[in-house]
Design a protein around this ligand. Structure first.
Ligand SMILES: Nc1ncnc2c1ncn2[C@@H]1O[C@H](COP(=O)(O)OP(=O)(O)OP(=O)(O)O)[C@@H](O)[C@H]1O
Ligand SMILES: [Mg+2]
Length: 194
């Protein structure tokens, strides 16, 4: 990619908590000439009341039916906002945990922007844990995300671009994504079921 060139379509950056989605998606957006970072977590924070507890009594990530419904709502809002930016000529750089193939298909079914480029940040689990433990306390998560990492690998392992950022600075990861996402991260329509 040359300076000033934008990425067509929508970039979706996923991975476990602490993998670096928010950090890297910000840096990717900064490197593009017209881009917006669309943070999936923001759509949860917007709920002023009635937000479901996503953790169970043992502190595990385990949303109940209401929580599942609200996670869907986050995805619906994420897709709508991403499309609005794309239609105005801004590349949406979406940042959200996607755990299952079914969730990815749901997103792809709502999102009009194409191509859909999926980047899964997959530093070794220990690195993600360390990044989580050493980031600002208000952004830290307390639950064990090893099961989420396993599910993501099983469900999405053959899709998109799995990028091990474990030994990279966030800026290097962002440079790589800007340079190579169009070639390495596009999810084929045949997989998305549309
Ligand atoms: N190579 C790297 N890439 C991304 N982040 C890195 C890297 N090296 C160190 N970090 C640090 O690791 C932390 C990653 O946290 P970040 O909030 O970006 O994760 P996240 O994937 O968005 O998590 P969550 O799902 O909880 O929102 C940040 O404090 C960041 O500065
Ligand atoms: Mg984040």
């Amino acid at each position: 990619m040359t300076v000033g060139e934008t990425l067509a379509g929508c970039l979706l950056i996923t991975g476990t908590p602490g993998a670096g989605k928010t950090t890297v998606s910000q840096l990717v957006a900064e490197r593009l000439p017209r881009a917006a970072r669309v943070d999936g977590d923001v759509f949860g924070i917007m709920l002023v009341s009635g937000g479901a507890n996503m953790l169970d009594e043992e502190g595990r990530w385990n949303p109940g039916p209401d929580g599942q419904h609200q996670l869907r709502l986050r995805m619906i809002n994420l897709c709508s906002v991403a499309d609005n930016f794309a239609e105005a000529g801004f590349t949406p750089v979406a940042d959200s945990v996607v755990e299952t193939r079914e969730e990815l298909r749901f997103i792809a079914g709502r999102l009009r922007s194409r191509p859909l480029m999926l980047v899964v940040l997959c530093p070794p689990l220990e690195v993600a844990r360390h990044r989580n433990a050493t980031r600002a306390v208000e952004t830290r998560v307390d639950y064990d995300f090893a099961p989420l990492a396993r599910n993501q690998r099983r469900e999405l392992g053959d899709l998109g671009w799995w990028l091990d950022s474990g030994e990279q600075a966030a800026e290097e990861t962002a440079d790589l994504i800007v340079a190579e996402a169009a070639r390495r991260a596009v999810v084929p329509e045949s997989v998305l079921g549309s």
